[in-house]
Write a protein that binds this ligand. Structure first.
Ligand SMILES: Nc1ncnc2c1ncn2[C@@H]1O[C@H](COP(=O)(O)OP(=O)(O)OP(=O)(O)O)[C@@H](O)[C@H]1O
Ligand SMILES: [Mg+2]
Length: 295
């Protein structure tokens, strides 16, 4: 069932149960029924009925032996989506457009008609399934949910600051729980783009964005590669957007210098390998840090 349709099946009571399960995720791996009954102010029978529906919709999971429940990633998707619609960040949900290692992305629209993507973080989901399959040890799913929320918040914060300094990152529209709403950049990932007209120009614009991020926003990407750059082509102009910022480091972080060097080196290596573009690493790093005026 489509995500938006699943959300429509959730009743008011169901929504308050999901909200409570989410609120207590950081404290309990499975939230005890007693606590839910008290907080949701529901009778046992009503709670059982709601839980049954939420379980069928795959929005909650029931503990195998205890009367206790936990929210699933799909449950969190519904909460985030309903919240974003209520706050007028989103008005329309479109199809999924991709799956990253740590996220699932959907196309969507804002009330003013901007085309955006909703990035739902799903950290640990893949490894979680693997661990359950091998049954080596018990995984605390709640920490994956919390880690996903932290990543969404960090990406939102980074993009908010960066958008004020540069147009070459997606504009950000809002965030809720593990979901970030950002401008949809129509284009091709740099790794899949094989026919660049002006590879050196693209590389220099990426370096300029890194410089603005460093000098203006005070941050380092810290996971930059050809997989985290989207090339948009409009009126035959190639424009590189840097995406995927949750792991950013502040310029003051002791690891920032080293990470910046790795980011730049990864980029230079890619452009050398694919397009034969040669730039000196030390000079490029100095340029990003504002120690050289040009590159
Ligand atoms: N704002 C955007 N506009 C258009 N496409 C996007 C946008 N953000 C992400 N994408 C697409 O979705 C893919 C995954 O996004 P992103 O890199 O942010 O997630 P991720 O989970 O970190 O992925 P991975 O770990 O595989 O790099 C990108 O490679 C890109 O193709
Ligand atoms: Mg990525």
């Amino acid at each position: 069932m489509k995500l938006a349709r699943v959300c429509k099946h959730v009743s008011e009571e169901g929504l308050s149960i999901l909200t409570l399960l989410d609120r207590y995720t950081g404290m309990y791996e499975y939230v005890p029924e007693d606590l839910l009954l008290r907080k949701a102010q529901l009778y046992e029978k009503a709670l059982a009925r709601e839980i049954e529906t939420l379980k069928k919709l795959k929005l909650v999971e029931v503990h195998p032996t205890r009367a206790a429940y936990r929210i699933t990633f799909l449950g969190l998707d519904c909460l985030a989506l309903l919240d974003l619609v209520k706050r007028d960040v989103l008005s329309h949900m479109g199809p999924p457009i991709g799956t990253g290692k740590e996220s699932v992305l959907y196309l969507a629209k804002t009330p003013l008609g901007s085309v955006v993507t909703v990035k739902f973080y799903k950290i640990g989901r893949v490894s979680f399934k693997k661990v359950v399959r091998t049954r080596d040890y018990l995984v605390d799913q709640s920490s994956w949910l919390e880690a996903s929320k932290t990543s969404a918040e960090r990406e939102y914060r980074a993009l908010s600051v960066l958008s004020k300094q540069t147009g070459l990152v997606p504009k950000v529209f809002g965030w809720s729980r593990h979901a970030v709403v950002m401008e949809y950049v129509e284009g091709v990932d740099l790794c899949d783009y094989r026919s660049a007209e002006d590879p050196e120009g693209i590389l220099k614009r990426i370096l300029l964005t890194l410089r603005v991020a460093y000098l203006g926003a005070g941050i380092v990407h810290a996971d930059l590669s050809e997989y985290n750059v989207v090339i948009s082509i409009r009126d035959s102009t190639e424009t590189p957007y840097i995406i995927d910022w949750p792991q950013y480091l502040s310029r003051e972080d002791p690891r920032a210098g080293e990470r910046l060097k790795i980011d730049v080196a990864t980029l230079l290596k890619f452009f050398k390998r694919r397009y034969g573009v040669l730039l000196d690493l030390e000079s490029a790093v100095k340029y990003v840090k504002g120690l050289l005026d040009g590159i």
